[in-house]
Write a protein that binds this ligand. Structure first.
Ligand code: UDX
Length: 463
């Protein structure tokens, strides 16, 4: 089906690369050709899966050697300017060669790619890689409900369509500045989100593809009258969902090396006995937080697998931990792992996570209950959903000084891992969401049918 050629433009971070690669595989399976485009800051470091029908068109974003959180403000401007230019040239060249792109799809905050496409008369669609609930929050914030959020403080809550009642601690961190655990300069992010919402609103009846599924966020997907949100997820490898392609076991675009030296150890652990801990691909977790988590883990005496990435300064975080020696022998620390594969391993009993949306969905699709430890971005809202809406995890709370103590980490881990009524309930709910996730991607499931309908629409509307 040469007629459907998608240019998929993604932010150069692992949290965008993983769902986008899975999305690209699904489009290719439905007969499309996909060209994935992102900055060299990611493309130079990522493995590129060899899939017939998928190719890559990187552009220079000005940070070709790699990207660090401290660079983000300048990077954002550089990527937008260089990327807009590069994409315009690419789209024009392909048209002149007689093999035009029929659609541009871009991930969250890459709205400028949508602007380029519109200017060149190529239809564009946003692929939202956070929960529908979070899109609702930003949309309401930047349209009619901004004052409700800005005036909310203390124990007050905000009530807006499609979203559970939110206190300030549940807002995405870009909407408040005091409680985030990551101190990067993020002024650009809220502006990017505002421009993203404006770009959605340019169209008369916009459609947004969302990495979620109907059963998980039914109301949230239908909460904005003007915008049609369509759940097409979870975008995780097929082998763990519909099982149609047993060889599809990994995203295939890792930016880091996986040592694989934990597999035998996991195999040797009893069922549901291991605590898995990881904080996504990006943020350096402050040492003060790591100390409390480590002590809580030691006090729990439970076996663990902990992904501790090297910091951007090249430090190994575990070397600074006061209880480093006690940790050794109780579990394993690795720099990077195949996370979905780990979550699917029968030995895993809970996932202590920063609640990045990919990690959250991967845990949902694996039926693993969560300890929610949000750090920044959408993670606070995701933690709210995990604990209060889907009831498949517990969220850590700070003490009077706002510190989450070792005792609190131990309490939450034991609650999720324990045989008590609460632990049973969390496991039961986790299993329920896993089954619903699997049902969504089957051939009669909502996500499969939604993506199929989108493909049909692309073919009808091709320029
Ligand atoms: C970013 C934002 O921080 C997050 O809030 C937003 O929801 C998505 O974009 P990130 O922090 O990297 O993402 O977290 P997450 O969304 O969880 O994505 C991390 C990805 O890296 C996951 O797909 C996970 O499977 C993968 N990963 C992580 C590994 O493959 N191995 C690891 O050891 C750790």
């Amino acid at each position: 089906m040469e007629d459907c050629h998608v240019l998929l433009v993604i932010f150069p971070g692992q949290g965008h690369i993983n769902p986008s690669l899975q999305f690209a595989k699904r489009l290719v399976n439905l007969g499309a050709k996909v060209t994935l485009s992102t900055g060299f800051s990611a493309m130079n470091h990522m493995s590129r899966p060899q899939i017939p029908g998928l190719d890559f068109a990187p552009f220079s974003d000005g940070y070709d050697a790699g990207l660090k959180p401290d660079d983000l403000n300048d990077f954002w401007v550089s990527m937008k300017t260089r990327g807009s230019d590069a994409l315009a040239k690419l789209i024009t060249a392909r048209k002149e060669e007689g093999r035009p792109f029929t659609r541009l799809i871009y991930t969250t905050i890459m709205y400028w790619a949508g602007v380029v496409a519109r200017g060149l008369h190529v239809p564009a669609t946003l692929l939202w890689i956070q929960p529908a609930t979070v899109l609702d929050i930003y949309y309401h914030y930047f349209t009619e409900y901004g004052d409700l959020f800005r005036n909310c403080s203390g124990n007050q809550v905000v009530e807006v369509p499609g979203v559970p009642c939110l206190g300030v601690r549940d807002f995405p961190s870009f909407l408040f500045s005091t409680e985030t655990n990551v101190n990067y300069d993020l002024d650009w992010a809220i502006e990017a989100m505002r421009d993203q919402i404006e770009e959605i609103n340019v169209e008369e009846s916009p459609k947004v593809l969302v990495n979620t599924f109907d059963a998980l966020e039914f109301d949230a997907l239908r909460a904005i009258k003007k915008v049609r949100m369509v759940g097409i997820g979870p975008l995780i490898p097929s082998a763990y969902l519909d099982g149609k392609d047993p060889s599809d076991t990994a995203f295939g675009g890792d930016l880091r090396q996986n040592s694989n030296d934990y597999v035998e150890w996991l195999d040797s652990q009893p069922k549901n006995s291991v605590v898995y801990l990881a904080f996504g691909s990006y943020a350096d977790v402050p040492n003060t937080i790591l100390e409390e988590i480590a002590q809580g883990l030691v006090n729990s005496k439970l076996p663990f697998l902990w992904v501790l990435r090297e910091t951007y300064k090249g430090e190994k975080p575990e070397e600074k931990l006061r209880c480093k020696e006690e940790l050794e022998g109780q579990g394993k620390i690795v720099r990077w792992c195949a996370q979905v594969e780990v979550l699917q391993h029968p030995s895993i009993g809970c996932f202590l996570t920063h609640c990045g949306w990919n990690s959250t969905l991967e845990s949902i699709a694996s039926g693993v209950p969560l300890v929610a430890c949000p750090l920044w971005n959408d993670q606070f809202s995701n933690a709210k959903l995990i604990q209060d809406v889907w009831k498949m995890g517990v969220r850590v709370s700070g003490n009077e000084e706002g510190v989450v103590t070792a005792d609190e980490y131990k309490r939450c881990i034991e609650c999720v891992m324990g045989g008590g009524e609460k632990g049973e309930e969390l496991r039961k709910n986790a299993k329920k969401w896993k089954d619903l996730a699997k049902a969504a991607v089957k051939e009669d499931g909502s996500s499969y049918l939604n993506l199929k309908a989108y493909m049909d629409e692309m073919l009808t509307l091709k320029s």
